[in-house]
Design a protein around this ligand. Structure first.
Ligand code: FES
Length: 134
């Protein structure tokens, strides 16, 4: 069994920002086909910043800790800053992950980035539509 850092254990036992946002501005869902773990991030955006973030993770302890840490790292950040959150930064903030669990940290950053891309796609779509209406 992998040995986890205190940071991983703490976020696994007391995960922050668990849940779902009603009418989110963006949703990012990712899964790992090998282990079968799934992660969904929901975001609310205000003034180009992440005003609120929630997540639902069906996965291992490391995946839950990673989701929790990503949500804390990203909350309040500008969208461009949040896009710079990498799996390596997340693993570092948790005090490291065992090598065989490092792939779990990929899911967190990917789900966050997908939610932001989903928001941006909708946002740009809206702008194009408004141009068409004019
Ligand atoms: S074992 Fe699959 S995300 Fe951790």
């Amino acid at each position: 069994m992998p040995v986890y850092s205190e940071g991983v254990m703490e976020h696994f036992i007391n995960p922050r920002n668990v849940g779902e946002i009603e009418n989110p501005d963006g949703i990012g869902e990712v899964g790992n086909p090998i282990c079968g773990d799934m992660m969904t991030f929901y975001i609310k955006v205000k003034d180009n910043r992440l005003d609120d973030i929630k997540f639902k993770t069906f996965g291992c302890g490391a995946a839950i800790a990673v989701s929790s840490m990503v949500s804390e790292m990203a909350k309040g950040k500008a969208l461009d800053e949040a896009m710079e959150i990498t799996p390596k930064l997340v693993a570092g903030a948790l005090g490291g992950l065992p090598t065989q669990k490092f792939h779990c940290s990929n899911l967190g950053a990917q789900a966050l980035h997908k939610a932001i891309e989903n928001y941006r796609a909708k946002h740009n779509e809206g702008k194009e539509n408004s141009r068409v209406i004019k």
